[in-house]
Design a protein around this ligand. Sequence first.
Ligand code: ZN
Length: 479
Amino acid sequence: MKKKENLKREKTILLIFLGIFLFLVVPILGVVAFYPKFHIQEFQNKVQVNANDSFQPMSGKVCYGNLFSCKEVEYETKGEVDTQKIGEYEITYIYQHQGKELSKTQIVQVVDLEGPSLEIIEGEYYYCPNGNVPNYEVTSYDNLDKDVSSLVKKEGKDGKIIFSVVDSSGNETKKEVDAIEKDEEAPSLTLNGEETIYLKVNETYQEQGATATDNCDGDLTSQIVISGEVNTSTPGEYQVQYSITDQKGNQTSKTRKVFVYANNNYGTPNGKSIYLTFDDGPGPYTSKLLDILKKYQVPATFFVTDQGLTKGYDSIILRAYQEGHTIGLHSSSHSYGIYTNETTYFNDLYAIQEKVKRITGETSQIIRFPGGSSNTVSKSYDGGSKIMSQLTKAVEAKGFRYFDWNVSSGDAGETTSTSKVVTNVIQGLNGSTSMVLQHDIKSFSVDAVEAIIQYGLSHGYTFRKITMDTPTVHHHVNN
Ligand code: ZN
């Protein structure tokens, strides 16, 4: 009996549940299934985008409808994502339905997980014993920071160079190449100021120092060793040595020459004068010649030309002028064709006079005839008109003064030996006006000048430059 009653109760409970299901759950499910909604297929509430990648709003099917039928619809989006900037952005998808706005919002995270690229050229690599790496070309580019080549760090050790670079988001890229440890390069050493210095007796020598850099050790200026003494109370040549050694023992040395000189004695009363004159320049050795003249404070006279090799030395003419030498006129072309007639001669003379004036600002009237006033080569050009006899008078009439020479160095053909030039000049000196002819376009002749000066100064001569007042030295005119 009891069992029967229990069975009956269970049936009743089952019926009640069935009732609830049929009358409550089914309608609710039905409503849910048929109720129209705004759908986006595979919608994610939160998405991540890599920096610099492009972001596209949802592209899946977007529709309005229920579980059984959904009509694709047009929709708009609101909000922007700047993939060049790390951060969180919101994109809202909006569908306008019967005056109502239906929407879904999505969080878009822009993240940077990508390290910069690192491009290393293939080749042989070296690094210094202290780990410093030469300036090898490496390029590095980051999706966000763009060109980061300048941020690449390099370190050499254990037979490798490690290149590394970190972007602003902390992403690191590393690359290694096989490399050899070595330092065979000596430091570079640069003297401050002139390498040759001229000081008058008792002038103060001021050490200007030098700078040094090394491929491995960097700036080594503070470690330069300077040695050598300059005694400015005694004329002579002094040397100051500069030396720098890098950590590996590679050494570089340089020398500065300091010339201490006594003044040329302008006041010599006995008339023993030497006029050093140089024809046919300027040229490649004139600057060296000017250094020597400067060292001894000896003035000279340059009879300049404007042809062939002498072109391009305008600055040397200016230097000679500024250092107190006389710039005389030799010839513009230095061609004997100038002796064809007076016009051809003066056209050539005025051309060089113009050039010198353009450089120095001074109109020079001190001249020397090519071949000297005694030349006979002019006979081949003048058609028998005795051109030298005309010109020697004509130039003086026009206010010029011409100078020949009475001491021949032999450098025009007789010899190419420096010591022979010295001997020729010394033997040619006379007790009054010694007018020496040399050519500064000849290296061996320029090399003779220092010994000539030393001889002259130590034998009571005074070196002078030609001026408009200098005693005349003229040859016999032969044509
Ligand atoms: Zn000449």
